[in-house]
Design a protein around this ligand. Sequence first.
Ligand SMILES: [Zn+2]
Ligand SMILES: [Zn+2]
Length: 274
Amino acid sequence: MYRVCSSCGADCALLKCACLAAYYCNLTCQQKHHLVHQCECTEHLLKVIVKKRTALDRLKEQSSPGVGSVELMTLEQELAREYCKVGRLKVNSLQPAIWPEAATHCQQALHLHRKVEISRGSLRGAAARAAAGKLVQKVAPYGLYDTLRDLGDIYRLMQKDSDALRVLQEALVEVRSDIAQESTPQLQEALAEILHATGSLYIDQHYGNRQIKNWTSGSATKVLLEEALSIRRTLARFGPAASELFRLLADVYRILDMHDEARNILKEALDLGF
Ligand SMILES: [Zn+2]
Ligand SMILES: [Zn+2]
């Protein structure tokens, strides 16, 4: 079967990239498109991972065991992000057959993010710890919070609801403890996203009747989604997921027979233009 060439757009492409996400007329077209494609090509990213892994192993051999260094943490964090990236790309490909692989990649990312935390704790000297404080960015793209949320999404897709709930709850605990130390709009936003994802999982369980026979978590769901919305109101930043958040909360109010609240929330969404 002929496909559209990702490079020149001709519809006679037969050459398939090893990641299976791009087709080309020939090698010339593939090479021309390489710079664009490499950031979304799982094959390319896996090669990057192998390189970074090797560099990390070499660095570990050279350093004394159990002692962290900023260099070590930098590599661990970079590698974690690459794993998370591959995991997300594999989920987005919408092929259920490779969801378990996506889960494995995100688990690797999580494992490495945890190692960064351990390395940070074992750093010697105030200067090194201060440098590490700036380096570790849990809210950055593909950082710890993205990884936990992606892992939650994958488990949900795989209908492993209790695993999904476990990672989301872990994320909630973690982000709340970070906020307790120093609250930033980015952390608040991360909290809103995790609350939203957890509430949405609870509602899925109610409608899908998947693992919980009777929906006992109605008021818990309400509390989670109300907190998510109140954060968004405070930040005055609703983001692309806002309309879903309003809809979910209205659903919960309806399930709980709180019809006035359901009407009000839908009116607020309308007024805000969602
Ligand atoms: Zn072409
Ligand atoms: Zn590719």
